[in-house]
Design a protein around this ligand. Sequence first.
Ligand SMILES: [Zn+2]
Length: 236
Amino acid sequence: MKAFRRYAREQRAARLVDLPVPTPGENEVLLRVAHCGICGSDLHAWLNHKGYEAVLPEVTFGHEFSATVVDTGSSVSNWKANEQAVMIALQTPHDDNDPYCAMGLPQLSSRRRVQGLHLDGGMAEYVCVEEEFLLPIPKGLDLELAALTEPLSVAEHCIGNRTSIGSDDLVIVSGPGIIGLLCAISARSRGAEVIITGTERDETTRLTAARTLGFETLVVGPGHPPPSPTDHRLFS
Ligand SMILES: [Zn+2]
């Protein structure tokens, strides 16, 4: 199978390689990848940036993907061939003795790992994932859209779990990257009015994407006066 794989702990040291299709371990599911996104952290890892020292020197990238089940390990009970799944990227295998697992916050455990940085991920034709880190894709949801589940979960956690944003709110999203755009979509889906801000550099690309999605945009930064205090939506 083809895989996009890092081969050394150096800048840009990754390439398309041929690998054998992996065999699922007893608690693993073998998946055929449909679509895989490129995360900002994939770029940081590819460029060997500071803070990414824990990324394996040899690893297949990719943690934002949708896939179809091909085969299952001997102890897997909840998945069957042809079912569709997305992966939970930030993984802490459950352990009753881990205080973070007991608190329901496994993502804070020092045992956490990201599949696609610390073990082989989904920029490949096939990938094995432990059963406990798979979620079913609802019937009828397009696989290309489903590949956005992981970044959307970041936005949903921000808007849905950490705010009470609703239909009376005006929301300003500062930064039109993918997480900013998904936060804007999440806030709009709750009825809020949303303005997305960016710098001049964003104008022809990311702010254009924001307008394509139907959002009002605002360029901020040097040379751009701050919003007028008479704008009653912003200053009421
Ligand atoms: Zn990501």
